[in-house]
Design a protein around this ligand. Sequence first.
Ligand code: NAG
Length: 587
Amino acid sequence: MNQYQKLTEMYSTHPFSASLRSVRHKPYFRSILYSSLVIFSIYFLYKFVHPSTIYTQFKPFAGDLSETYAPADKVAPQVWQDRAKSVKAAFLHGYHGYERYAQPHDELLPLSNGYRNNFNGWGVSMYDSLDTMLLMDLEDEYARAIPFIEKTVFSLPEGQFAPFFETIIRYLGGLLSAYALRKDEVLLRRADELAEKLDHVFATPSGFLYLDGTVVGPEIGILAEIASLQLEYTTLAKFTGKKRWWDRANTVIRALEKANLRDTGGMFPIGWNLSNAQPKDTHLSVGAQADSAHEYLLKQYLLTAKTDKANLEMYLRATTHIITNLLFLSPTRHLLYVTDAQFPTLDHKGRPSHRFEHLSCFLPGLLALGAHTLPLDDLTSVGIDLEHLGTGIYLLAGYNLKTLHMWAAEGLAQTCWLTYADMPTGLGPDEMLMHTVSDLWRETGDSFKEGGYSWMDAISKWKRSGARGAPPGVGDKTPVTLESLYLLWRTTGNSKWRDRGWRIFDSIERNTKTPSGYASLITVEVMPPAKDDDMPSYFFAETLKYLYLMFSDNDPISLDEWVFNTEAHPLPVIRWSQSEKDAFNIP
Ligand SMILES: *[C@@H]1O[C@H](CO)[C@@H](O)[C@H](O)[C@H]1NC(C)=O
Protein backbone atom coordinates (compact mmCIF):
# COMPACT_ATOMS: atom_id res chain seq x y z
CA MET A 1 0.00 0.00 0.00
CA ASN A 2 1.46 3.35 -0.97
CA GLN A 3 0.68 6.58 0.86
CA TYR A 4 -1.90 7.66 -1.68
CA GLN A 5 -3.94 4.59 -1.06
CA LYS A 6 -4.28 5.65 2.54
CA LEU A 7 -6.29 8.64 1.50
CA THR A 8 -9.62 6.89 1.30
CA GLU A 9 -11.84 5.30 3.84
CA MET A 10 -11.44 1.65 4.72
CA TYR A 11 -14.43 -0.58 4.97
CA SER A 12 -14.60 -4.04 6.32
CA THR A 13 -14.92 -7.13 4.23
CA HIS A 14 -18.70 -6.90 4.48
CA PRO A 15 -18.74 -3.41 3.05
CA PHE A 16 -22.41 -2.85 2.69
CA SER A 17 -23.48 -3.68 6.20
CA ALA A 18 -20.36 -2.13 7.66
CA SER A 19 -20.77 1.09 5.76
CA LEU A 20 -24.39 1.39 6.81
CA ARG A 21 -23.00 1.96 10.24
CA SER A 22 -19.86 3.84 9.47
CA VAL A 23 -20.98 6.22 6.76
CA ARG A 24 -23.09 9.16 7.79
CA HIS A 25 -22.17 9.00 11.40
CA LYS A 26 -22.13 12.09 13.47
CA PRO A 27 -19.97 14.38 11.39
CA TYR A 28 -22.32 13.87 8.54
CA PHE A 29 -25.19 15.49 10.36
CA ARG A 30 -23.96 18.66 8.89
CA SER A 31 -27.13 20.38 7.82
CA ILE A 32 -28.51 20.60 11.28
CA LEU A 33 -26.99 23.37 13.28
CA TYR A 34 -26.29 21.74 16.54
CA SER A 35 -27.96 18.46 16.73
CA SER A 36 -27.96 15.79 19.30
CA LEU A 37 -26.52 12.38 18.67
CA VAL A 38 -29.42 11.03 20.63
CA ILE A 39 -32.05 9.88 18.22
CA PHE A 40 -35.38 10.49 19.71
CA SER A 41 -38.91 10.21 18.53
CA ILE A 42 -41.85 12.48 18.49
CA TYR A 43 -45.09 10.66 18.68
CA PHE A 44 -47.78 12.35 16.68
CA LEU A 45 -50.40 9.73 16.99
CA TYR A 46 -53.28 9.52 19.46
CA LYS A 47 -52.39 5.89 19.96
CA PHE A 48 -49.18 6.75 21.73
CA VAL A 49 -49.53 10.25 23.04
CA HIS A 50 -52.62 12.38 23.08
CA PRO A 51 -52.02 15.47 20.97
CA SER A 52 -52.58 17.78 23.91
CA THR A 53 -49.69 16.10 25.68
CA ILE A 54 -47.47 16.82 22.75
CA TYR A 55 -48.18 20.48 22.94
CA THR A 56 -47.47 20.57 26.66
CA GLN A 57 -44.37 18.52 26.31
CA PHE A 58 -42.92 20.35 23.38
CA LYS A 59 -43.80 23.96 23.96
CA PRO A 60 -42.56 26.21 21.25
CA PHE A 61 -39.36 27.97 22.14
CA ALA A 62 -39.92 30.68 24.76
CA GLY A 63 -43.63 29.96 24.37
CA ASP A 64 -44.18 33.43 23.02
CA LEU A 65 -42.43 33.67 19.71
CA SER A 66 -44.91 36.20 18.43
CA GLU A 67 -44.14 38.58 21.26
CA THR A 68 -40.41 38.06 21.20
CA TYR A 69 -40.06 38.68 17.51
CA ALA A 70 -41.64 41.25 15.30
CA PRO A 71 -42.64 39.84 11.91
CA ALA A 72 -39.82 40.21 9.44
CA ASP A 73 -41.61 42.59 7.13
CA LYS A 74 -42.17 44.98 10.04
CA VAL A 75 -38.48 45.04 10.85
CA ALA A 76 -36.57 48.12 9.70
CA PRO A 77 -33.87 47.52 7.05
CA GLN A 78 -31.23 48.75 9.48
CA VAL A 79 -32.17 45.91 11.82
CA TRP A 80 -31.34 43.32 9.12
CA GLN A 81 -27.96 44.94 8.63
CA ASP A 82 -27.36 44.68 12.38
CA ARG A 83 -28.41 41.02 12.28
CA ALA A 84 -25.95 40.31 9.49
CA LYS A 85 -23.30 41.96 11.68
CA SER A 86 -24.28 39.73 14.60
CA VAL A 87 -23.70 36.66 12.40
CA LYS A 88 -20.30 38.02 11.39
CA ALA A 89 -19.47 38.58 15.07
CA ALA A 90 -20.46 34.96 15.78
CA PHE A 91 -18.17 33.77 12.98
CA LEU A 92 -15.28 35.77 14.44
CA HIS A 93 -15.93 34.48 17.95
CA GLY A 94 -15.88 30.85 16.84
CA TYR A 95 -13.06 31.20 14.34
CA HIS A 96 -10.78 33.10 16.71
CA GLY A 97 -11.36 30.31 19.25
CA TYR A 98 -10.33 27.81 16.57
CA GLU A 99 -7.23 29.83 15.66
CA ARG A 100 -6.19 30.22 19.28
CA TYR A 101 -6.66 26.65 20.50
CA ALA A 102 -6.95 24.29 17.54
CA GLN A 103 -5.20 25.54 14.39
CA PRO A 104 -3.85 23.84 12.31
CA HIS A 105 -5.86 20.80 13.43
CA ASP A 106 -9.37 20.02 12.20
CA GLU A 107 -11.82 21.27 14.79
CA LEU A 108 -11.93 23.10 18.10
CA LEU A 109 -13.40 21.41 21.15
CA PRO A 110 -15.29 24.43 22.43
CA LEU A 111 -15.73 23.31 26.05
CA SER A 112 -12.25 21.96 26.84
CA ASN A 113 -10.34 24.21 24.39
CA GLY A 114 -8.74 21.11 22.95
CA TYR A 115 -8.76 20.04 19.30
CA ARG A 116 -9.71 17.06 17.22
CA ASN A 117 -8.51 15.60 13.93
CA ASN A 118 -11.63 13.98 12.56
CA PHE A 119 -11.24 14.85 8.85
CA ASN A 120 -7.67 13.91 7.96
CA GLY A 121 -6.09 16.45 10.32
CA TRP A 122 -5.38 18.94 7.53
CA GLY A 123 -7.27 21.81 9.18
CA VAL A 124 -10.79 21.28 7.88
CA SER A 125 -12.22 24.25 9.80
CA MET A 126 -9.88 26.56 7.87
CA TYR A 127 -10.67 25.06 4.46
CA ASP A 128 -14.37 25.15 5.19
CA SER A 129 -14.15 28.81 6.26
CA LEU A 130 -12.21 30.45 3.40
CA ASP A 131 -15.11 31.47 1.19
CA THR A 132 -17.22 32.57 4.15
CA MET A 133 -14.37 34.88 5.19
CA LEU A 134 -14.21 36.36 1.70
CA LEU A 135 -17.97 36.88 1.61
CA MET A 136 -17.83 38.56 5.02
CA ASP A 137 -14.82 40.75 4.07
CA LEU A 138 -12.68 39.18 6.79
CA GLU A 139 -9.36 39.91 5.10
CA ASP A 140 -7.16 39.45 8.17
CA GLU A 141 -8.48 35.99 8.97
CA TYR A 142 -8.19 34.98 5.31
CA ALA A 143 -4.61 36.26 5.10
CA ARG A 144 -3.66 34.35 8.24
CA ALA A 145 -5.13 31.09 6.86
CA ILE A 146 -3.31 31.13 3.51
CA PRO A 147 0.18 30.20 4.80
CA PHE A 148 -1.37 27.14 6.52
CA ILE A 149 -3.16 26.16 3.31
CA GLU A 150 0.10 26.50 1.46
CA LYS A 151 1.89 24.17 3.89
CA THR A 152 -0.69 21.41 4.36
CA VAL A 153 0.74 17.98 3.65
CA PHE A 154 -2.02 15.88 2.10
CA SER A 155 -1.02 12.58 3.59
CA LEU A 156 -2.09 10.38 6.48
CA PRO A 157 -0.39 8.14 8.99
CA GLU A 158 -0.08 4.48 8.13
CA GLY A 159 -3.42 2.69 8.47
CA GLN A 160 -5.64 5.78 8.26
CA PHE A 161 -7.92 6.62 5.35
CA ALA A 162 -9.49 9.83 4.12
CA PRO A 163 -13.28 9.78 3.90
CA PHE A 164 -13.69 10.58 0.20
CA PHE A 165 -17.07 12.28 0.28
CA GLU A 166 -16.24 14.57 3.20
CA THR A 167 -12.82 15.37 1.75
CA ILE A 168 -14.37 16.41 -1.55
CA ILE A 169 -17.22 18.51 -0.26
CA ARG A 170 -15.25 20.24 2.50
CA TYR A 171 -11.62 20.53 1.32
CA LEU A 172 -11.94 20.51 -2.46
CA GLY A 173 -15.24 22.44 -2.39
CA GLY A 174 -13.78 24.99 0.01
CA LEU A 175 -10.65 25.57 -2.07
CA LEU A 176 -12.54 25.89 -5.36
CA SER A 177 -15.12 28.25 -3.97
CA ALA A 178 -12.51 30.50 -2.39
CA TYR A 179 -10.59 30.43 -5.70
CA ALA A 180 -13.71 31.50 -7.57
CA LEU A 181 -14.09 34.46 -5.23
CA ARG A 182 -10.42 35.40 -5.03
CA LYS A 183 -8.09 34.17 -7.72
CA ASP A 184 -5.20 33.24 -5.41
CA GLU A 185 -3.20 30.67 -7.38
CA VAL A 186 -2.26 28.72 -4.28
CA LEU A 187 -5.91 27.72 -3.79
CA LEU A 188 -6.18 26.14 -7.21
CA ARG A 189 -2.79 24.49 -6.98
CA ARG A 190 -3.75 22.84 -3.71
CA ALA A 191 -7.12 21.74 -5.13
CA ASP A 192 -5.40 20.12 -8.09
CA GLU A 193 -2.84 18.40 -5.84
CA LEU A 194 -5.54 17.08 -3.55
CA ALA A 195 -7.50 15.61 -6.47
CA GLU A 196 -4.30 13.95 -7.74
CA LYS A 197 -3.76 12.30 -4.39
CA LEU A 198 -7.29 10.95 -4.26
CA ASP A 199 -7.44 9.87 -7.87
CA HIS A 200 -6.62 6.19 -7.46
CA VAL A 201 -10.10 5.59 -6.02
CA PHE A 202 -11.63 5.73 -9.50
CA ALA A 203 -9.92 2.55 -10.66
CA THR A 204 -13.15 0.53 -10.81
CA PRO A 205 -14.55 -1.15 -13.89
CA SER A 206 -17.45 1.32 -13.81
CA GLY A 207 -15.50 4.49 -13.00
CA PHE A 208 -17.47 4.82 -9.78
CA LEU A 209 -15.10 5.27 -6.91
CA TYR A 210 -13.96 2.52 -4.63
CA LEU A 211 -14.36 3.42 -1.03
CA ASP A 212 -11.32 1.67 0.28
CA GLY A 213 -8.88 2.86 -2.27
CA THR A 214 -7.66 -0.51 -3.44
CA VAL A 215 -8.33 -2.14 -6.75
CA VAL A 216 -9.86 -5.07 -4.97
CA GLY A 217 -12.21 -2.88 -2.92
CA PRO A 218 -15.78 -3.61 -1.96
CA GLU A 219 -18.11 -4.38 -4.81
CA ILE A 220 -20.97 -2.34 -3.41
CA GLY A 221 -21.01 1.44 -3.20
CA ILE A 222 -23.27 3.96 -1.48
CA LEU A 223 -25.22 6.41 -3.65
CA ALA A 224 -24.26 9.59 -1.81
CA GLU A 225 -20.57 8.63 -1.96
CA ILE A 226 -20.44 7.78 -5.65
CA ALA A 227 -22.64 10.59 -6.94
CA SER A 228 -21.74 13.71 -4.98
CA LEU A 229 -18.57 14.83 -6.72
CA GLN A 230 -19.81 16.14 -10.07
CA LEU A 231 -19.93 19.83 -9.11
CA GLU A 232 -16.45 19.87 -7.63
CA TYR A 233 -14.74 17.87 -10.40
CA THR A 234 -16.47 19.83 -13.17
CA THR A 235 -15.37 23.08 -11.56
CA LEU A 236 -11.84 21.77 -11.11
CA ALA A 237 -11.77 20.84 -14.81
CA LYS A 238 -12.92 24.31 -15.78
CA PHE A 239 -10.33 26.04 -13.60
CA THR A 240 -7.39 23.80 -14.46
CA GLY A 241 -8.28 22.98 -18.05
CA LYS A 242 -7.59 19.31 -17.33
CA LYS A 243 -9.77 16.82 -19.13
CA ARG A 244 -9.17 14.10 -16.54
CA TRP A 245 -11.22 16.00 -13.92
CA TRP A 246 -14.12 16.42 -16.32
CA ASP A 247 -13.92 12.71 -17.11
CA ARG A 248 -14.31 11.83 -13.42
CA ALA A 249 -17.55 13.82 -13.19
CA ASN A 250 -18.82 12.81 -16.61
CA THR A 251 -18.29 9.10 -16.00
CA VAL A 252 -20.59 9.30 -12.99
CA ILE A 253 -23.25 11.24 -14.86
CA ARG A 254 -23.23 8.91 -17.89
CA ALA A 255 -23.35 5.82 -15.68
CA LEU A 256 -26.30 7.16 -13.70
CA GLU A 257 -28.02 8.01 -16.96
CA LYS A 258 -27.69 4.43 -18.19
CA ALA A 259 -28.65 2.74 -14.94
CA ASN A 260 -31.64 0.48 -15.06
CA LEU A 261 -34.23 1.98 -12.72
CA ARG A 262 -37.16 -0.20 -13.65
CA ASP A 263 -37.05 -1.86 -10.25
CA THR A 264 -36.88 1.42 -8.34
CA GLY A 265 -39.56 3.61 -9.91
CA GLY A 266 -37.12 5.98 -11.63
CA MET A 267 -35.32 6.86 -8.43
CA PHE A 268 -31.75 5.93 -7.50
CA PRO A 269 -31.57 3.47 -4.62
CA ILE A 270 -28.82 3.57 -2.00
CA GLY A 271 -26.75 0.47 -2.91
CA TRP A 272 -24.82 0.21 -6.22
CA ASN A 273 -22.68 -2.48 -7.82
CA LEU A 274 -19.34 -0.84 -8.58
CA SER A 275 -18.46 -3.32 -11.27
CA ASN A 276 -21.39 -2.82 -13.59
CA ALA A 277 -22.73 0.55 -12.33
CA GLN A 278 -26.20 -0.85 -11.73
CA PRO A 279 -28.45 -0.57 -8.67
CA LYS A 280 -27.90 -3.29 -6.12
CA ASP A 281 -30.84 -2.74 -3.79
CA THR A 282 -34.26 -1.08 -3.78
CA HIS A 283 -33.92 1.15 -0.74
CA LEU A 284 -35.20 4.62 -1.67
CA SER A 285 -34.33 7.59 0.52
CA VAL A 286 -33.55 11.27 0.44
CA GLY A 287 -31.86 11.07 3.84
CA ALA A 288 -28.57 9.58 4.98
CA GLN A 289 -26.52 7.80 2.26
CA ALA A 290 -28.60 9.27 -0.52
CA ASP A 291 -29.34 12.96 0.02
CA SER A 292 -26.69 14.87 -1.92
CA ALA A 293 -26.88 12.54 -4.95
CA HIS A 294 -30.40 13.80 -5.64
CA GLU A 295 -29.26 17.34 -4.90
CA TYR A 296 -26.38 17.12 -7.41
CA LEU A 297 -28.69 16.13 -10.27
CA LEU A 298 -30.37 19.53 -10.28
CA LYS A 299 -27.25 21.41 -9.25
CA GLN A 300 -25.06 19.87 -11.98
CA TYR A 301 -27.67 20.90 -14.55
CA LEU A 302 -27.58 24.44 -13.18
CA LEU A 303 -23.77 24.49 -12.85
CA THR A 304 -23.35 23.66 -16.53
CA ALA A 305 -25.66 26.52 -17.52
CA LYS A 306 -28.59 24.14 -18.09
CA THR A 307 -26.87 22.28 -20.91
CA ASP A 308 -26.61 18.65 -19.79
CA LYS A 309 -30.22 17.56 -20.11
CA ALA A 310 -29.66 14.07 -18.70
CA ASN A 311 -29.18 15.57 -15.25
CA LEU A 312 -32.49 17.38 -15.52
CA GLU A 313 -34.31 14.23 -16.62
CA MET A 314 -32.87 12.27 -13.71
CA TYR A 315 -33.87 15.05 -11.32
CA LEU A 316 -37.43 15.05 -12.63
CA ARG A 317 -37.74 11.26 -12.36
CA ALA A 318 -36.44 11.30 -8.81
CA THR A 319 -38.60 14.15 -7.60
CA THR A 320 -41.65 12.66 -9.27
CA HIS A 321 -41.18 9.44 -7.36
CA ILE A 322 -40.53 11.33 -4.14
CA ILE A 323 -43.61 13.51 -4.48
CA THR A 324 -45.94 10.70 -5.44
CA ASN A 325 -44.65 7.92 -3.18
CA LEU A 326 -42.45 9.16 -0.35
CA LEU A 327 -44.37 12.17 0.95
CA PHE A 328 -46.77 11.55 3.80
CA LEU A 329 -49.10 13.62 5.91
CA SER A 330 -49.22 13.11 9.67
CA PRO A 331 -52.72 12.51 11.04
CA THR A 332 -53.04 15.13 13.77
CA ARG A 333 -51.10 18.21 12.83
CA HIS A 334 -51.07 17.45 9.10
CA LEU A 335 -47.33 17.72 8.92
CA LEU A 336 -45.96 16.95 5.50
CA TYR A 337 -42.83 14.82 5.69
CA VAL A 338 -40.62 12.69 3.49
CA THR A 339 -39.51 9.22 4.49
CA ASP A 340 -37.63 6.23 3.11
CA ALA A 341 -39.02 2.95 1.81
CA GLN A 342 -38.20 -0.11 -0.22
CA PHE A 343 -39.51 -0.27 -3.77
CA PRO A 344 -42.27 -0.96 -4.66
CA THR A 345 -43.58 1.98 -2.72
CA LEU A 346 -47.11 1.94 -4.09
CA ASP A 347 -49.77 0.85 -1.63
CA HIS A 348 -47.25 0.96 1.22
CA LYS A 349 -45.80 -2.34 0.00
CA GLY A 350 -42.32 -0.97 0.49
CA ARG A 351 -42.95 -0.53 4.22
CA PRO A 352 -42.15 3.16 4.60
CA SER A 353 -40.15 3.67 7.81
CA HIS A 354 -41.86 6.96 8.68
CA ARG A 355 -38.55 8.21 9.92
CA PHE A 356 -38.14 11.85 8.99
CA GLU A 357 -34.44 12.66 9.07
CA HIS A 358 -33.21 16.16 9.57
CA LEU A 359 -30.87 15.49 6.68
CA SER A 360 -33.94 15.37 4.46
CA CYS A 361 -34.60 19.00 5.27
CA PHE A 362 -32.41 19.98 2.30
CA LEU A 363 -35.24 18.75 0.08
CA PRO A 364 -37.60 21.72 0.44
CA GLY A 365 -34.74 24.05 -0.48
CA LEU A 366 -33.89 21.89 -3.49
CA LEU A 367 -37.50 21.76 -4.68
CA ALA A 368 -37.79 25.54 -4.28
CA LEU A 369 -34.54 26.04 -6.21
CA GLY A 370 -35.86 23.77 -8.98
CA ALA A 371 -39.21 25.51 -9.10
CA HIS A 372 -37.39 28.84 -9.30
CA THR A 373 -34.87 27.92 -12.00
CA LEU A 374 -36.64 25.35 -14.20
CA PRO A 375 -39.55 25.82 -16.61
CA LEU A 376 -41.48 23.14 -14.75
CA ASP A 377 -44.77 24.23 -16.24
CA ASP A 378 -43.39 24.13 -19.77
CA LEU A 379 -40.82 21.36 -19.92
CA THR A 380 -41.26 20.85 -23.63
CA SER A 381 -39.49 24.19 -24.04
CA VAL A 382 -36.31 22.48 -22.86
CA GLY A 383 -36.96 19.35 -24.86
CA ILE A 384 -38.31 17.18 -22.07
CA ASP A 385 -41.10 14.79 -22.86
CA LEU A 386 -42.78 14.07 -19.56
CA GLU A 387 -44.42 10.93 -20.77
CA HIS A 388 -41.04 9.35 -21.19
CA LEU A 389 -39.86 10.06 -17.69
CA GLY A 390 -40.81 6.70 -16.30
CA THR A 391 -43.20 5.23 -13.82
CA GLY A 392 -45.16 7.55 -11.60
CA ILE A 393 -45.11 10.47 -13.99
CA TYR A 394 -48.55 9.53 -15.26
CA LEU A 395 -49.88 10.57 -11.87
CA LEU A 396 -48.73 14.09 -12.58
CA ALA A 397 -49.27 14.32 -16.31
CA GLY A 398 -51.11 17.48 -17.22
CA TYR A 399 -50.71 19.08 -13.80
CA ASN A 400 -48.74 22.17 -13.05
CA LEU A 401 -45.44 20.84 -11.80
CA LYS A 402 -44.16 24.23 -10.70
CA THR A 403 -47.04 24.68 -8.30
CA LEU A 404 -46.76 21.15 -7.07
CA HIS A 405 -43.03 21.40 -6.39
CA MET A 406 -43.52 24.69 -4.60
CA TRP A 407 -46.30 23.19 -2.47
CA ALA A 408 -44.12 20.28 -1.52
CA ALA A 409 -41.26 22.69 -0.75
CA GLU A 410 -43.40 24.85 1.49
CA GLY A 411 -45.08 21.98 3.26
CA LEU A 412 -41.80 20.19 4.00
CA ALA A 413 -40.12 23.40 5.09
CA GLN A 414 -42.98 24.06 7.47
CA THR A 415 -42.42 20.69 9.08
CA CYS A 416 -38.65 21.19 9.26
CA TRP A 417 -39.16 24.56 10.85
CA LEU A 418 -41.63 23.08 13.27
CA THR A 419 -39.07 20.56 14.49
CA TYR A 420 -37.08 23.59 15.62
CA ALA A 421 -39.99 25.55 17.03
CA ASP A 422 -41.32 22.53 18.92
CA MET A 423 -38.11 22.22 20.91
CA PRO A 424 -37.60 24.22 24.10
CA THR A 425 -34.13 25.07 22.84
CA GLY A 426 -35.45 26.34 19.52
CA LEU A 427 -33.06 23.95 17.75
CA GLY A 428 -34.03 20.85 15.82
CA PRO A 429 -33.35 17.15 16.40
CA ASP A 430 -31.50 14.80 14.02
CA GLU A 431 -34.44 12.59 13.41
CA MET A 432 -38.13 12.26 14.11
CA LEU A 433 -40.07 9.06 13.98
CA MET A 434 -43.68 9.46 12.97
CA HIS A 435 -45.59 6.70 14.70
CA THR A 436 -48.23 6.78 12.30
CA VAL A 437 -51.21 6.01 10.31
CA SER A 438 -50.09 8.76 8.01
CA ASP A 439 -51.50 8.97 4.54
CA LEU A 440 -49.58 9.29 1.34
CA TRP A 441 -49.76 12.99 0.57
CA ARG A 442 -51.26 12.44 -2.85
CA GLU A 443 -53.98 10.25 -1.41
CA THR A 444 -55.11 12.57 1.34
CA GLY A 445 -58.76 12.72 0.70
CA ASP A 446 -61.94 13.90 2.31
CA SER A 447 -60.80 13.46 5.89
CA PHE A 448 -58.45 16.41 5.53
CA LYS A 449 -60.79 18.74 3.85
CA GLU A 450 -61.61 20.95 6.84
CA GLY A 451 -58.41 22.92 6.71
CA GLY A 452 -58.20 23.24 2.96
CA TYR A 453 -58.33 20.94 -0.02
CA SER A 454 -57.16 17.46 -0.59
CA TRP A 455 -54.10 17.23 -2.81
CA MET A 456 -56.07 15.89 -5.75
CA ASP A 457 -58.91 18.34 -5.15
CA ALA A 458 -56.54 21.21 -5.11
CA ILE A 459 -54.73 20.09 -8.22
CA SER A 460 -57.83 19.41 -10.22
CA LYS A 461 -59.34 22.64 -9.03
CA TRP A 462 -56.23 24.45 -10.07
CA LYS A 463 -56.33 22.65 -13.37
CA ARG A 464 -59.93 23.60 -13.96
CA SER A 465 -59.98 27.18 -12.87
CA GLY A 466 -56.56 28.33 -11.90
CA ALA A 467 -57.74 28.67 -8.27
CA ARG A 468 -54.88 28.68 -5.84
CA GLY A 469 -56.18 26.43 -3.07
CA ALA A 470 -53.31 24.64 -1.48
CA PRO A 471 -53.56 21.02 -0.32
CA PRO A 472 -53.15 19.96 3.30
CA GLY A 473 -49.65 20.06 4.61
CA VAL A 474 -48.84 23.31 2.85
CA GLY A 475 -50.48 25.95 5.05
CA ASP A 476 -48.58 28.01 7.54
CA LYS A 477 -47.55 26.21 10.69
CA THR A 478 -45.87 28.19 13.06
CA PRO A 479 -39.83 25.78 11.79
CA VAL A 480 -35.62 23.90 8.07
CA THR A 481 -32.09 23.56 7.24
CA LEU A 482 -30.67 26.93 6.73
CA GLU A 483 -30.15 26.24 3.04
CA SER A 484 -33.84 25.58 2.72
CA LEU A 485 -34.71 28.73 4.68
CA TYR A 486 -32.28 30.73 2.58
CA LEU A 487 -33.56 29.33 -0.73
CA LEU A 488 -37.17 29.83 0.25
CA TRP A 489 -36.40 33.40 1.23
CA ARG A 490 -34.61 33.97 -2.05
CA THR A 491 -37.12 32.19 -4.27
CA THR A 492 -40.35 33.30 -2.62
CA GLY A 493 -39.20 36.67 -1.30
CA ASN A 494 -41.42 35.95 1.68
CA SER A 495 -39.86 37.55 4.69
CA LYS A 496 -41.27 35.01 7.11
CA TRP A 497 -38.43 32.66 6.10
CA ARG A 498 -35.89 35.34 6.85
CA ASP A 499 -37.55 35.92 10.18
CA ARG A 500 -37.32 32.21 10.99
CA GLY A 501 -33.63 32.27 10.11
CA TRP A 502 -33.19 34.99 12.69
CA ARG A 503 -35.01 33.00 15.35
CA ILE A 504 -32.72 30.05 14.76
CA PHE A 505 -29.64 32.26 14.96
CA ASP A 506 -30.95 33.72 18.20
CA SER A 507 -31.38 30.21 19.62
CA ILE A 508 -27.80 29.34 18.63
CA GLU A 509 -26.50 32.46 20.29
CA ARG A 510 -28.43 31.85 23.50
CA ASN A 511 -27.96 28.12 23.84
CA THR A 512 -24.67 27.07 22.27
CA LYS A 513 -22.12 29.86 22.87
CA THR A 514 -19.03 29.07 24.99
CA PRO A 515 -16.08 31.29 25.92
CA SER A 516 -14.12 30.01 22.90
CA GLY A 517 -16.76 29.08 20.33
CA TYR A 518 -20.12 27.38 19.82
CA ALA A 519 -20.96 23.90 21.03
CA SER A 520 -23.22 21.18 19.66
CA LEU A 521 -26.02 20.18 21.98
CA ILE A 522 -26.42 16.74 23.47
CA THR A 523 -30.15 17.15 23.39
CA VAL A 524 -32.46 19.80 22.03
CA GLU A 525 -35.46 18.87 24.12
CA VAL A 526 -34.62 20.16 27.61
CA MET A 527 -33.70 23.57 28.93
CA PRO A 528 -31.04 24.47 29.68
CA PRO A 529 -29.54 22.18 27.08
CA ALA A 530 -26.40 20.19 27.85
CA LYS A 531 -23.52 21.13 25.54
CA ASP A 532 -21.26 18.70 23.71
CA ASP A 533 -17.52 19.36 23.28
CA ASP A 534 -17.86 19.74 19.54
CA MET A 535 -17.84 22.57 16.97
CA PRO A 536 -18.16 21.10 13.49
CA SER A 537 -16.53 22.86 10.55
CA TYR A 538 -19.84 23.12 8.72
CA PHE A 539 -20.86 25.71 11.31
CA PHE A 540 -18.48 28.09 9.46
CA ALA A 541 -19.14 26.74 5.98
CA GLU A 542 -22.90 26.44 6.03
CA THR A 543 -24.74 27.67 9.08
CA LEU A 544 -23.20 31.10 9.40
CA LYS A 545 -22.85 31.62 5.64
CA TYR A 546 -26.50 31.02 4.84
CA LEU A 547 -27.57 33.18 7.78
CA TYR A 548 -25.22 35.97 6.76
CA LEU A 549 -26.35 35.92 3.13
CA MET A 550 -29.99 35.79 4.17
CA PHE A 551 -29.70 38.88 6.36
CA SER A 552 -27.48 40.88 4.01
CA ASP A 553 -29.30 43.36 1.85
CA ASN A 554 -26.96 42.99 -1.06
CA ASP A 555 -26.52 39.26 -1.29
CA PRO A 556 -23.56 38.91 -3.67
CA ILE A 557 -24.49 35.34 -4.61
CA SER A 558 -26.95 35.43 -7.52
CA LEU A 559 -28.74 32.10 -7.80
CA ASP A 560 -28.51 32.42 -11.57
CA GLU A 561 -24.73 32.68 -11.48
CA TRP A 562 -23.72 30.45 -8.55
CA VAL A 563 -24.51 26.94 -7.34
CA PHE A 564 -23.87 25.89 -3.75
CA ASN A 565 -22.22 22.52 -3.24
CA THR A 566 -23.62 20.30 -0.50
CA GLU A 567 -21.30 21.95 2.05
CA ALA A 568 -22.57 25.42 1.04
CA HIS A 569 -19.49 26.37 -0.99
CA PRO A 570 -20.72 28.51 -3.90
CA LEU A 571 -19.30 27.53 -7.32
CA PRO A 572 -19.76 29.72 -10.41
CA VAL A 573 -21.98 28.60 -13.29
CA ILE A 574 -19.84 27.18 -16.09
CA ARG A 575 -20.18 28.06 -19.75
CA TRP A 576 -17.82 25.92 -21.82
CA SER A 577 -15.98 27.61 -24.62
CA GLN A 578 -15.81 25.85 -27.98
CA SER A 579 -12.16 24.99 -27.42
CA GLU A 580 -12.98 23.45 -24.01
CA LYS A 581 -15.80 21.44 -25.58
CA ASP A 582 -13.42 20.17 -28.21
CA ALA A 583 -10.71 19.39 -25.68
CA PHE A 584 -13.05 17.67 -23.23
CA ASN A 585 -15.18 15.98 -25.85
CA ILE A 586 -18.40 17.65 -24.67
CA PRO A 587 -21.21 17.50 -27.26
C1 NAG B 1 -21.71 -6.90 -9.68
O1 NAG B 1 -21.71 -6.99 -11.08
C2 NAG B 1 -20.80 -7.95 -11.60
C3 NAG B 1 -20.78 -7.82 -13.12
O2 NAG B 1 -22.06 -7.90 -13.65
C4 NAG B 1 -21.23 -9.35 -11.11
O3 NAG B 1 -20.34 -10.33 -11.61
C5 NAG B 1 -21.21 -9.35 -9.59
O4 NAG B 1 -21.69 -10.59 -9.09
C6 NAG B 1 -22.07 -8.23 -9.05
N1 NAG B 1 -21.88 -8.14 -7.62
C7 NAG B 1 -22.84 -8.15 -6.74
C8 NAG B 1 -22.45 -8.06 -5.30
O5 NAG B 1 -24.00 -8.20 -7.06
